[in-house]
Design a protein around this ligand. Structure first.
Ligand code: BMP
Length: 258
């Protein structure tokens, strides 16, 4: 069963280069924390990464919420990712026909392909979206949305199943799934990225649902855990990042020791 194998063994089974790298980073740094750095200024983002870089395996960005986005910003973020050994996931949630997704990935002001190690995509438009992303780069990866954390989302069990079937045709491209449950997929070389985690609250005002680290990792099989406001909106994000890192890692070690 994939959930009880340690990350270093799963790295060997990964067919996507980014998944292999991410498994190895987690094993080396002993952290499965992904910081969702949902801030709107580049200085805020870079300052925070400077403080918490050593505690995270992955940073998740939303480039389109940043008010002063620039090439200089992505260059600096890349420098931090090299210095602290974390990867960068742009949470673009592509959802258009393959031709447009390819342009959105390669072009525009954000030039995502130049700085993101991996991106997120919806399976809704069909296989063309994966075909286009596959053809648009190398040594990159895609986390496909198979489930969402928000209440009332329209994803059904059938949709989830078809998503996984579709992705199985692109093993070199797929880093893993954004999902909530361990029954979503079985391949131990893929990564379960789970958002909707907070120690303090159980929901926000716009439908976000939060679970505890124990629930998402031990019960539900989460490998890399996404924390946004739990860290970025805290009085001391640095202290909070360490707390999340320690709590999440403890749950992981408990899970693999059965
Ligand atoms: P927060 O921890 O502040 O609620 O942020 C969650 C982050 O994870 C957001 O950046 C959101 O876009 C993302 N996310 C989510 O919350 N649920 C999903 O199902 C998929 C996501 O990408």
């Amino acid at each position: 069963k994939r959930v009880v194998l340690p990350y270093e063994q799963r790295a060997e089974l990964a067919k996507n280069a980014v998944a292999k790298q991410l498994f190895n980073i987690m094993a080396t740094k002993k952290t499965n924390l992904c910081l969702s750095v949902d801030l709107t200024s580049t200085t805020q983002i870079l300052d925070l990464l400077e403080k918490v870089g050593e505690h995270i395996c992955l940073v998740k960005t939303h480039a389109d919420i940043i008010e002063d986005f620039s090439n200089d910003f992505t260059t600096r973020m890349k420098q931090l990712s090299n210095r602290f050994n974390f990867l960068i996931l742009e949470d673009r949630k592509y959802a258009d026909i393959g031709h447009i997704v390819s342009l959105q990935y390669l072009k525009g002001v954000h030039r995502i392909s130049q700085w993101a190690d991996c991106v997120t995509a919806h399976s809704l438009p069909g296989e063309g979206i994966l075909k286009a992303l596959f053809a648009s780069g190398d040594n990159h990866g895609v986390f496909l949305l198979a489930e969402m954390s928000s209440e009332g989302n329209l994803i059904t069990p059938e949709y989830k199943l078809s998503t996984v079937t579709m992705a199985s045709k692109y093993p070199e491209l797929i880093t893993g799934y954004v999902c909530q449950n361990k029954d979503t997929f079985t391949d131990p070389g893929l990564i379960q990225l789970t958002p909707g985690v907070q120690l303090e609250s159980s929901r926000d005002d716009f439908g976000q649902v939060y679970n505890t680290p124990e629930k998402v990792i031990i019960e539900n099989g989460g490998d890399v855990i996404v924390v946004g406001r739990g860290i970025v909106a805290a009085k001391s994000p640095e202290t909070q990042a360490v707390l999340y890192k320690d709590t999440l890692w403890k749950c992981y070690t408990k899970r693999i020791s059965g």
